[in-house]
Write a protein that binds this ligand. Structure first.
Ligand code: FES
Length: 343
């Protein structure tokens, strides 16, 4: 006997006695169907059909127009001829596609049957005997494997499965290991007094060089003398911008900017693409990968996109010669938010 045979729906419907589920169920509460004007008035129905026909006609004419423009219009290298040809090709294509689209919508809305249909589901849970059979099968499988009689084997299986997650967890949360130690991403080479230099020239940058609206891609001084300059650069690169103090809404770290000059990590907090586009008028930094947008005037807060936290700010000041220097390393991990949760 099938599951369908056993089914008695919530509305009390019973199978029709021939081993098949009933074709129609009682209405579970939908409002009564109201026929449209076109369903009861043949004239209205005809008019609606004519509209659909006309829209398909528009599409056909558009296609013909496109072909005519393609084959008949003169071609040339001068801009006016190219523009004229493109215009007619575009209009033909637009009419062709628009006609089909509108005709399909009109057809679906006014001609197709719009009566709601109810199809009830059979119970999703397995029958008790099926569940009991599944448990029996599992017990038999365990018995066949011999694990219940071999305690040592059982311990080995449990132990290895329990320990395996450590191969993932230890590198993620540990501060040990070389290339596998992701904890090192929590720190960069920025430190107190280290000068900000322009990427790629390496020229130290003065506060007076950074005018309002300008943006500089900046790396730490002495980067090229580190054992792994590429890796250090990937973590430490920052963007430096200067804002009119009037437009600053909030600061991520009080006292971390210098006279309207802000330094933010260039590594997107979504999945780590370089945030490279600065909109001078809106003070927004845009990540080209998935369009996360950060408001520099509001502590680099995320205002759009999948990033979950602001770009970390590098605290800066100037030295006695007016060069921009770091006050310290970043106060939070750079890059994807994932690292933030591991702190
Ligand atoms: S990496 Fe920047 S939005 Fe995805």
């Amino acid at each position: 006997m099938s599951q369908v045979d056993n089914y008695q729906g919530p509305t009390g419907n019973l199978p029709d006695g021939h081993g098949r589920a009933p074709e129609r169920f009682e209405n579970p509460g939908l409002p009564a169907h109201k026929p449209r004007l076109g369903d009861v008035d043949p004239k209205v129905d005809k008019r609606r059909q004519r509209i659909v026909l006309a829209l398909f006609g528009v599409s056909t004419l558009g296609t013909i127009g496109f072909l005519v423009a393609y084959f008949a219009l003169p071609t040339g290298r001068d801009v006016a001829t190219i523009h004229r040809s493109n215009l007619w090709l575009g209009l033909g294509l637009a009419a062709s596609l628009l006609g089909i689209g509108l005709a399909a919508i009109q057809w679906a809305k006014s001609i197709m049957n719009n009566e709601e249909k109810v199809e009830e589901r059979h119970p999703m849970a397995s029958r008790p005997e099926v569940r009991e059979a599944a448990v029996r099968n599992l017990a038999e499988g365990a018995k066949d494997s011999g694990i219940s009689r071999r305690g040592l084997l059982k311990s080995a299986v449990v132990g290895s499965l329990a320990l395996f997650p450590l191969t993932i967890a230890v590198p993620l949360i540990g501060e040990i290991g070389g290339d596998w130690n992701v904890g090192k991403l929590k720190h960069t080479m920025w430190k107190k007094g280290l000068r900000l230099t322009i990427d790629p020239s390496g020229r130290p940058i003065k506060a007076s060089d950074v005018t309002i609206g300008s943006v500089f891609h900046v790396i730490p001084d002495g980067l090229d003398k580190t054992p792994d300059p590429l890796e250090e650069k990937a973590k430490a690169v920052v963007l430096v911008v200067r804002l009119d103090p009037q437009v600053v809404k909030s600061e991520q770290i009080p006292g971390a900017s210098y006279q309207g000059i802000f330094a933010f990590s260039k590594i997107c907090t979504h999945v780590g693409c370089p945030v490279a586009l600065y909109e001078q008028q809106t003070h927004h930094l845009l990540c080209p990968c998935h369009q996360s947008t950060f408001d520099v005037a509001d502590g680099a807060r995320v205002i759009f996109g999948p990033a979950k936290r602001p770009l970390p700010q590098l605290p800066i000041t100037v030295d006695d010669q007016g060069y921009l220097v770091a006050q310290s390393d970043f106060t939070q991990p750079v890059g994807p938010s994932f690292w933030e949760r591991l702190r």
